[in-house]
Ligand binder design. Sequence first.
Ligand code: SF4
Ligand code: SF4
Length: 260
Amino acid sequence: MDRSERRRQLKADRKVIASGLDPINNPQQQIPSLMRVLSEDLRAAKSAGSIDPLMTFFYENMSLSMRRLREVPLACAKGCAHCCASWVAVSAPEVLFVRNAIPAAKMDATRESVSRMHQVTFGRSPDERLVMAVPCPLLKERMCSVYANRPIVCRTAVSMNAEICQRSFIGHSGEPIPSPAWFAVIRMSYDLALCGAIRHEGLSLVSCEFNSALKSVLENPQAERQWLSGENVLAGLQEDPNGDPFRDSTNRQIFAAAFS
Ligand code: SF4
Ligand code: SF4
């Protein structure tokens, strides 16, 4: 594909995703468009040495997708945070974008609280974390202190009943969270699109436990530049056992459809 064909393709792709992916009507068909747009934006991020414009666009588009489900009666509200005590997995751009939301004046205190929490959660599996109910170190007075930059999984953790959340996340009742499946579709679709762009641009693609990933990038001021240069800034950390979407043959086909 030459340069002008690529420009035309990207223009058409931006139109397809203009209102966010549609989680109800075959989102799989729209994912290649989002993957190509993110890949283009990732190239720009490499040149600029900053992931912020890429991740801002990514999450704004995800919000548009979630807005399509605004009629779904969710119990989620400001100050409700039982779900912030569970396992979270993040990729490098997600955790770097979280780090970029922490003001310089709060950097030392955040580094300390993340490090303290990491000592408690270090090496624990997702199942063990379920019964530990350790709050996220970024939760302040029952609110997310990095709300605008929070990871993908935090955006799509929704429920239609906060009491069940409390019993399940805090009381370990084992009850399933009443979360409409469309939100999981959004999480998987956006995760796949971002992973596809990262893979296509030849950057490091791993997904790790949040506290360990955050501790690592907070202690490494060069992490953003290093990741954009192709280094694995999350090497040696506790990886998400389900973190590689390309183990799935359908996802490999979607990737191939995007870049064939
Ligand atoms: S998922 Fe549950 S705990 Fe989390 S904000 Fe929604 S209702 Fe509250
Ligand atoms: S990053 Fe924010 S939303 Fe996610 S678990 Fe931590 S406090 Fe909760």
